[in-house]
Design a protein around this ligand. Sequence first.
Ligand code: GRF
Length: 235
Amino acid sequence: MASERRIVVLISGSGSNLQALLDAVSDGRLGQARITQVISNRKAAFGLERARKAGVPTAVLSMKTWLGRNAGKTREDYDEVLAGAVLAGASGRSQEWLDAQGAQGQQLVQQDTAAPTKPDLVVLAGFMHIVSPRFLQVVGNTPCINLHPALPGAFDGIEAIKRAHDAFQEGKLKDGKTGVMVHEVVAEVDRGRPIVVQEVECIEGQSLEDLEGRIHEVEHRIIVEAAGKILSERS
Ligand code: GRF
């Protein structure tokens, strides 16, 4: 990877997958890439603390709060502003800047869809919000990937690990395997082109916590592998 690559990461929670990316950047496993912005839709997300510790600009853009401040606006309007914040994130923005722009949304989008710098990669890392087609339209041809703790088409949506564990307990899990994937984000939830897929064997008598622990270890590895793959495709 010759020139610098800019990554924007979206989170909602503990940010252990964000941490895996931060660690990979700091020890050079992602070449010249750096995380220029972390955006959370939940202000309590511990991942924001991880970003701050790493000196990465953070911003919170909660849909509930934004809709409350912008009566009459819709989920799609929020997604448009979120996408605008993601594009602007290539330059690392403060909460104050975002709040000043984000109130109207469209300004942010117009201003930044023409922005000279756009991220080279957007990573949804434990991001608990389903982005709409409007989000993807604004993000345009900037690659956007999502981590999902299941195999392609197996357990789309929430609580995928628990659902796989329950299916295994009931003897209904195909080949006794679940897994983790990173895929390209498309309008249909968890259905984009898989970029990296890793199977995880379920073990008789394992607890859900055991399985979650093994799944998270795989997540932390393949999210870095997938980011590296996409970035090298763009070099
Ligand atoms: C992960 O299993 C992720 O796939 C899911 O949320 C969990 C926690 O992610 N969406 P993180 O620790 O916030 O990265």
